[in-house]
Every structure is written in structure tokens, then in C-alpha cells.
Design a protein around this ligand. Sequence first.
Ligand code: ZN
Length: 49
Amino acid sequence: MNALACKCDACGRHMTLLAELPSVGKYEAVNVFRCYGCNSVKSEQEARR
Ligand SMILES: [Zn+2]
């Protein structure tokens, strides 16, 4: 579970994982993070090998 961490681009605070969207078909899995410092939301594609 240590891969699910993200830093906010705007204020540099730790972002909390809001949702994990599983990969469906050709779409890759996406993690959605939210920053409680500045309230920004960011989604990141999970790196897959
Ligand atoms: Zn922030």
C-alpha cells in the first residue's frame, strides 16, 4: 500500500487517496488524490509494466 501516495503540486502537502479506479478494457487503472491543504484534486495513472 506504499505506492498509493502523492504529493500536491500546488502546496506540496501529502494528498489523500480518494478513489482507485480499476483498469477496464483498454483504460488503465487511475488513482484519484485530493489535497486537504488547498483542496485540489489530481488523478494519476497507475504505472504498469
Ligand atoms: Zn495542495
